[in-house]
Write a protein of this length. Structure first.
Ligand SMILES: Nc1nc2c(ncn2[C@@H]2O[C@H](COP(=O)(O)OP(=O)(O)OP(=O)(O)O)[C@@H](O)[C@H]2O)c(=O)[nH]1
Ligand SMILES: [Mg+2]
Length: 257
């Protein structure tokens, strides 16, 4: 079994929540491992064979840890599971990335370096889409981004939905433990808005996104009706939260903090 490399991070880890990702997950995890140590995967009640396949990889690699949840609890809940354990191990920051190969593993070091230089901030990937990316996805996010801008009084969120990010763990845990939302697909946009409310500043970096056709191993769990309803409900409750925080947000804006 290979020993930890000397550059194993004690503060920053890569966390990959994973639900029935198909075979792309193996190259995704390998790509993340080639850039960072440690990498943790939370298998969220997957019913494909990926739990066993990932555990076999982890048995050969001390830098990879695989946690398997018995039932599907949702992306946000899987992230919370991972960061609770990470916090207990002394980690302070987490880079979250998708398990389906869409996110740019080669940018992990740059994102981690930016986070280390500004540890109080969150580092947000801003998606750079290829010309063949589905228009519905590219344009659909403008609605969520518009709401997130309003809800934070234009705090500078580059993209509300993109999940390739580095979060400081302590405020993210506080925000998540403070309420019962953000457990599913609503995790990424609600996290970024609530973190802004908590005073965590966004730093935006461009990040390329890849879309794979099904025959290339592309898998999506985005359900247009279900997830747009979830996002509409999420922005409704965030808007209410925004209304009573408006004096605070205005005060911060006036002070320039
Ligand atoms: N833990 C967990 N992760 C999930 C769940 N659903 C999706 N994910 C993960 O969240 C990431 C994004 O899911 P996708 O279904 O690709 O959603 P998306 O990337 O926003 O949508 P597309 O633009 O269609 O790819 C992937 O890494 C999934 O494995 C879930 O129920 N639990
Ligand atoms: Mg995806």
């Amino acid at each position: 079994m290979p020993a930890f490399s000397p550059d194993t991070s004690r503060s920053h880890l890569v966390l990959i929540p994973s639900y029935n990702p198909g075979p792309k997950v193996y190259e995704t995890v390998r790509a993340a491992r080639s850039q960072w140590t440690p990498v943790w995967v939370v298998v969220d009640g997957s019913t494909d064979s990926s739990a066993a396949g990932l555990q076999a990889m982890a048995a050969q690699d001390d830098g990879l840890r695989v946690m398997v949840l018995p039932h599907n609890v949702g992306k946000g809940a899987a992230v919370l599971h991972g960061i609770n354990i990470a916090a207990a191990r002394g980690f302070t920051h987490v880079l979250t990335m998708d398990s389906d190969g869409q996110h740019p593993a080669p940018l992990i070091p740059e994102f981690m370096k930016t986070s280390a230089a500004q540890p109080a901030a969150m580092v947000l990937g801003v998606p750079v889409f290829a010309a063949d990316a589905p228009r519905l996805r590219v344009n659909g996010r403008k609605v969520s981004n518009g709401w997130a801008d309003l809800e934070t009084l234009w705090a500078g969120i580059g993209d509300s939905l993109f999940g390739f990010r580095v979060y400081p763990i302590a405020p993210l845990r506080r925000v998540m433990q403070g309420q019962r939302w953000m457990r599913r697909f609503d995790f990424d946009p609600e996290a970024v808005v609530r973190m802004c409310w908590a005073g965590v500043k966004p730093v935006n970096l461009p990040a390329t996104v890849q879309y794979f056709r099904p025959e290339e191993g592309g898998v999506s769990h985005f359900n247009y009706l279900r997830d747009n309803l979830l996002l509409s409900w999420m922005h409704s409750r965030l808007f209410l939260g925004f209304v009573w925080r408006l004096p605070l947000l205005l005060w911060r804006r006036i002070r320039g903090s």
